[in-house]
Ligand binder design. Sequence first.
Ligand SMILES: [Zn+2]
Length: 261
Amino acid sequence: MKIISTLMSTTLTLIVYSSLSLAQENLSIKTVKTTNPTKTHWGYTGHSSAEKWAELSPKNKICATGKNQSPINVITSIDADLEALAIAYTNPSSSVLNNGHTIQVNMQAGNTLNIDGISFELKQFHFHTPSENNIDGKSFPLEAHFVHLDKDNNIAVLALMFEEGEANANLAKIWEKMPLKANEKNSIILEDIASVLLPSQREYYRFNGSLTTPPCTEGVRWFVLKTPVSISKGQVAKFLKVMKHPNNRPIQATNARVIVK
Ligand SMILES: [Zn+2]
């Protein structure tokens, strides 16, 4: 009897653990799409810098142990017959948030990216300076990440590089409303902001990767646009001043991954 009850309680514990870990998983995916100020103290400098993320919380373990981490140096060697990205960013933005790690533009519902026969919805886009991914060893002054989720919370990120040149008029509309302090949010209703930021040429590099911020969740579909758009020196400087320091995770090992173009 005692054995049976021990067994039962073990089973129960296992069930509780597995639903707990499921809940945690959902929670960690939710942090991708929600705009709540972060409660963890990870960052890009000092004791909370990228090299230490895995030590900050057990939830971040994969930041250190993962084999498919982002960002990477995109080496452009393998040709593939890639399908065109079916981007339909038709609905406006809702707000622009300074979450202490980046400036993030939250989107209203209904903006989609269709790929692999799956419909992903654009939740938000945000920025890193300098770029997180490199292309053939080249870094860019700014990189935008358009973060999408499908109905099962699978993640797809479309990355856009900015190169120094003329001021970017579309970016200026966002920079104007950029909250200067962490955890501040401003309303920003821009009709077609996500689509006008993108170049008309939308060829891309594709690989598997992860979130570039804790908890570094893997299984992310990455699409890096080949064509950069323009940003002025002053626009980069303004972003860096608000962030106070670069907000790019260092390049991670490619390991066994294949990058296709
Ligand atoms: Zn990002």
